[in-house]
Design a protein around this ligand. Sequence first.
Ligand code: FEO
Ligand code: CA
Ligand code: CA
Length: 739
Amino acid sequence: MDPSTSPTSIAPTRRTFIRGIAAAGASTAAAASLGKAGLLAPATAHAHPQHSPNDFSDFRALAPSSADLFEVPEGYRADVLIGWGDPFADDDGATLRYGFNNDFLAYFPLRGDDEGLIFVNHEYPAPFFQHGNVDGARKTLEQVRIEQESVGNSIVHIKRGRDDVWQVVSPSSYNRRVTAHTTPLTFTGPLAANSAYPGIGTVAPGSLANCSGGITPWGTALSCEENYQDYGTTGGYGWVRPLLDTDDYVNGDGSSAARPAKFGWVCEHDPYDPSFTGAKHTALGRFRHENTAFRARPNKPFVLYMGDDRNDGAVYKFVSELPYRPGRRSENLRILASGKLYVARWEPDGRRRFDAAGTLLTATEGTGWWREVTEDELVDTHVRIASNVGAAEWTAHYATNRPEDVEVGEDGSVWIALTNNSGVNDVHGSIRRFVEHQNDATAVGEGAPFEWEDYAAGGRHDGAGTGEEGFSSPDNLVFDKAGNLWIVTDISSGTLNDPTRPQAFHANNAVFMIPAGQEAGAATAYRFANMPVQSEGTGPYFTPDEQTLFVNVQHPGENSSGDPSSTASYSSYWPKGSKTTERNPTKPIPATVAITKVRRGGAPGSRIVPAPPLPPRDTTPPQLTLDVRERISLDSFLHSGLTVRLHVDEAATLDVRLRATIRGGRRRGWRWGWGERRIEVDTARARTDAAGGVIVTLRARGRERLLLRLARRADAQLDVQAADRARNVTTRGARIVLT
Ligand code: FEO
Ligand code: CA
Ligand code: CA
């Protein structure tokens, strides 16, 4: 057994490792409480009861699955919000297209929980699906343009309906795209407009390789350019001369215009301001940036943690020169332009090393400290530091096992997903956490060491319950407000479901949740969602009320090959079909999924994408029965609404409308009565996956509620009809009377 998962290996003192650390100021864990003004609301940043009635984390874990389906537990619904190529418009009416391979996602509120902007990264193109030519040496300009326009970022205005289903708001002045070639970003920091780096200069033509990211407490999004090295080469995507009239996409060291370093940076965007010009911050270094996670305290330096996603990559932090000033947005927008970058040096080892049989050879806890990164190391951070400290020192003390997502807990602890590392036989990866010296995010140098421990190891847990078999290759992480840790996994497509590999137990990639408060080495991860074939879940992000979790499905059917125009070549048909059952063969599409906890009486939707097929139609018209009590009091209706039970004999979408007629009655002291007045009180949508019962609650809201309250005072009579507007459904009419 891996020693880090063996309870006997946990020294008693380690049980208090993280406990008792004072609250550490605003952090990534409070991300969901970011307001439109870019201010964190501290009151909402604290954990609410871990088992409130609508607790998103209260679910029955799923069994592993290799089906070509997206699946969530009972009691949740999953709806595709938007996918690659879907149109949305700005308020000029220009048609925008959602990009490929959605990765990072953050929700920026406009009106609380129900309306906001999603900021989404589109990491890399897929020539096979987009135009069919996978040969980077034989690209046409048109093909390159298709790819360039499919990466970058999307800012999409969305709104949650009363049926709990999220929809894109289009047109909207907020809707826009950032691409690789038509949306210039300006450079900031020490390497911008620096004569030693003419290949950086002042501006980049766009953004690419946007993997994960982060937010800032001043209301901007940070997008991380990760695998930027593959574009400006004929063997890669082929974005090169003579097809293009530029060397901008070449991966150089910035020392000349022919050796540019335009990509590989952390980019900052303001989703709320459509006229905002994105910034690339050179002070944060240039490496395979996965994401960012911050710690911010008023009037103190701002700290950003980052991982370099490559085998033997390091963990970094940036400490700003300017203080973070809550509410002073224009000042805060300058914070990432100046400061110092540091790299973590680990003792006794940075990497979890295993022998060929899978036995762990290294310690699962230790210390470390932050070494300063010099200005001339920034442009190619990993390579230059490794060269300066020497290869042996680097591999012993700086290298880690592919650090991907970094998140900050509410107590200030820093958590890192170490995905895996074939170089040291780390097949399954782990989640590590550390606490800064005196929990001070700005602590640096050998005299201010941090303490680390490996919190949870990937790998199989034999004998565990369904859905508790363990995770492998953790990638993006997110904490909910209760401190539960949500994890998405990224086993590579070539390894997934290979029965000869140790990851086979895992089946498809998945979303897991580790409940708050579990001890290091003894934490159980519960499987919450299963991804479709050859995809990974990315960018998990909660709405502020934590009733919706957005998950991006990236690269479904990634290893498809053969004739690109033939559906027979596709290894996935998701989300419109399913390869598993050969249902609806269609091109796979990366897409954003909204997972919503179904409220009591709410529309259940489908917990599977694509939703199960409808049963075959026969000649008998489908039947719907409205089952309502015949009389309810107006008092009771205004207080609790009207609950209608529907019985349908097949899957259906139903709009249940409540109409009322207010008749007679005279308000005391008024000369006239109501006469007869018809009002539409409410329309509620219900969806069912199959035949059976659905419960819909109708309520009076707004103006209608006011009218009914006046009617109550006037002793008016109400005749209320509940009528359905469902297509293909007949109804036995029902009539109710409110008294
Ligand atoms: Fe793009 Fe590190 O995943
Ligand atoms: Ca990632
Ligand atoms: Ca990854």
